[in-house]
Write a protein that binds this ligand. Structure first.
Ligand code: HEC
Ligand code: HEC
Ligand code: HEC
Ligand code: HEC
Length: 115
């Protein structure tokens, strides 16, 4: 058997020692740094299903009127549009890259800095 370099071996050991549930469900940097737990969004210790209610996000960030005020300088305001109060996670995915749903129809028209 070929021997792996020591740093690689250490890395493998680290990955194996992670709780199984945490693998593949990394969070965006802002939430990882803030130390969020699965339960904060999923309301379950060991989430299995997809749906995360906007209410989970709102507990910490505030509701749509609050978000609208927060991004009042964005043109147009992504939190105040003709789409209404759609789920936060339609844009702010947590285990994959966020998307700006607006651009599905307005491709190249608006510029945002979504996280
Ligand atoms: C337990 C509290 C908590 C929950 C639940 C939570 N967040 Fe956060 N979120 C934070 C904290 C703390 C930060 C980092 C500090 C900050 O930027 O406000 C953050 C940062 C963010 C940022 C980046 C803000 C920036 O200025 O870069 C976005 C976007 C965000 N959260 C969206 C969401 C969405 C969408 C959900 C629901 C899926 C959610 N959050 C659930 C606490 C929470
Ligand atoms: C249609 C897509 C979309 C939806 C739905 C959406 N957002 Fe956002 N959000 C954005 C975009 C785009 C930005 C970045 C705006 C900019 O460029 O300044 C943003 C920014 C943010 C920020 C960071 C603001 C800042 O200035 O740092 C937070 C926090 C946030 N959203 C939370 C939420 C929450 C909570 C919900 C649900 C109540 C939500 N968003 C729903 C698109 C969306
Ligand atoms: C900040 C909120 C947030 C936190 C914290 C969070 N999730 Fe999620 N999770 C989501 C959202 C939103 C989705 C829906 C898919 C997406 O938008 O990325 C999801 C989807 C899932 C799914 C179903 C789809 C899939 O990818 O398999 C599982 C399983 C899951 N999360 C597990 C976890 C585990 C395990 C943790 C803790 C290590 C965790 N989540 C922490 C928001 C969160
Ligand atoms: C399903 C397609 C679709 C989505 C998704 C969508 N729009 Fe629109 N939007 C339209 C259509 C159609 C019009 C009316 C025709 C036009 O002006 O382009 C429009 C018009 C607008 C207008 C007024 C006209 C203009 O171009 O200035 C704004 C502003 C706008 N949308 C912003 C948004 C924002 C912000 C989002 C995301 C939160 C969004 N739209 C998501 C289809 C969409």
């Amino acid at each position: 058997m070929t021997r792996l370099p020591r740093p690689l071996l250490l890395l493998c050991g680290l990955l194996l020692s992670l709780p199984l549930a945490a693998q593949g469900h990394a969070l965006p940097a802002h939430h990882a740094k803030a130390g969020l737990h699965c339960f904060d969004c999923h309301q379950e210790e060991k989430p299995t299903k997809k749906a995360v209610a906007s209410e989970s996000c709102m507990t910490c960030h505030g509701d749509y009127p609050a978000m609208k005020a927060f991004t009042k300088d964005a043109k147009p305001n992504p939190h105040d549009s003709h789409l209404g109060e759609i789920a936060c996670t339609e844009c702010h995915h947590q285990h994959s890259k966020p998307v700006v749903k607006c651009l599905e129809c307005h491709e190249g028209k608006f510029k945002f800095n979504i996280r």
